[in-house]
Design a protein around this ligand. Sequence first.
Ligand code: FES
Ligand code: FES
Length: 217
Amino acid sequence: MSAKDSEKRIPQQSEPVCALPVNRREALAIGALTATAAMVRPMAASGQPYAIDAQVVPPGFMRIATRVNGQEVELAIDPRASLLDVLREDLGLTGAKKGCDHGQCGACTVHFDGRRIASCLTLAAKADGCDVLTIEGIVGPDGALHPMQQAFIDHDALQCGYCTPGQIMAAIACVNEGHAKSAESIREYMSGNICRCGAYLGIVAAIQEAARKMERA
Ligand code: FES
Ligand code: FES
């Protein structure tokens, strides 16, 4: 890489770029790359960040202010970016998983203004002014596990664990919605969350136990 190329280097997608200072030259480089990459290749393969420090809003990006796990976050985002990609790639919150990226598996489930959503199908731009809660945000202030997390452990409700953050976020919502009154209802309202390991018996049992604890709390 020549010295000139090195000067133009922009943060790579795998780096948590939000906290990095972005100078004017880098911002212009990002803008130019955005315009070019959009025409020739999918964003996920382009190596460009989905979001950067909100102090610099390069061409093609937009500023949003959101709350993630109770913390105020200001970002300049690519308006095409999914909430899942911004959470994982730019905020370093990798609890929500990318399973299908098509809204069919539930691995990416997070809470959005108190409702469960598939973050792979939600534009990050929609988070402007909203509250986002991920699996990283549900532990108690003293670090204690959420009752749903503990119940998943106690009931062996996982095998590989890939679907588990999404299952737990959906399960908490299922209880809060009042849909955890019976095993049948739990199966119905958790049907959007796929477990390829087939841990469904444990998942239903865990939700029933956590529901009792959550309702008492
Ligand atoms: Fe979002 Fe599968 S990754 S539903
Ligand atoms: Fe492996 Fe659910 S525990 S996919």
